[in-house]
Write a protein of this length. Structure first.
Length: 174
């Protein structure tokens, strides 16, 4: 009879965990899609600008050389931002993982010290809710960090594309 109660109590927890997991997956997917879209737009714009730059190459070698240097610097800056962002994400993930291991170990000790099955069930419910809440919060944080990193990494490229378009369109307008 106690088994049926714990199974019935586990069902809402399982449903909550499943719902939280789906929410997390959706938030992560949205963040990844936004980052991918921004990267594709930047790459498309960069490709268009490279094509424009190649048409004017013979008209102004020094101008193109200056643009290429600026583009290289923008890409380097972008990759630096990405590297730092991935480093921060890795550190945050490690901190979360360590915290999860610690809380799981503490939970195991509490279960071993439980005096009754009801106490074990209560401990399990509390632990499950806490672990779920922690997972959702950390996943949201990591998703936000990913989107922020992608947005920051695109900025130097976007600024460089804008500057390149402006520079290359001047001789065409003159």
């Amino acid at each position: 009879m106690t088994t049926k109660k714990s199974t019935a109590a586990a069902t809402p927890v399982d449903a909550a965990v499943t719902a939280g997991k789906e929410t997390l997956e959706q938030m992560t997917k949205i963040g990844q899609d936004a980052a991918q879209k921004n990267m594709e737009q930047a790459m498309s714009m960069a490709k268009d600008n490279v094509e424009k730059a190649s048409q004017t190459l013979f008209k102004g070698y020094e101008q193109v050389n200056t643009l290429a240097q600026g583009n290289y610097e923008a890409v380097s800056k972008s990759f630096g931002i990405l590297s730092k962002g991935f480093e921060d994400l890795s550190k945050a993930w490690m901190v979360y993982t360590q915290g999860t291991v610690d809380s799981t170990m503490a939970f195991g000790k509490q279960v071993l010290g439980a005096k009754s099955l009801n106490e074990v069930v209560d401990l399990q419910n509390t632990f499950s809710k806490s672990a779920f809440d922690s997972f959702v919060a950390e996943s949201t944080k990591l998703s936000e960090m990913s989107v922020k990193t992608a947005s920051e990494a695109i900025e130097p490229l976007k600024a460089r594309v804008d500057e390149t378009v402006e520079t290359l369109s001047r001789p065409l307008a003159a």
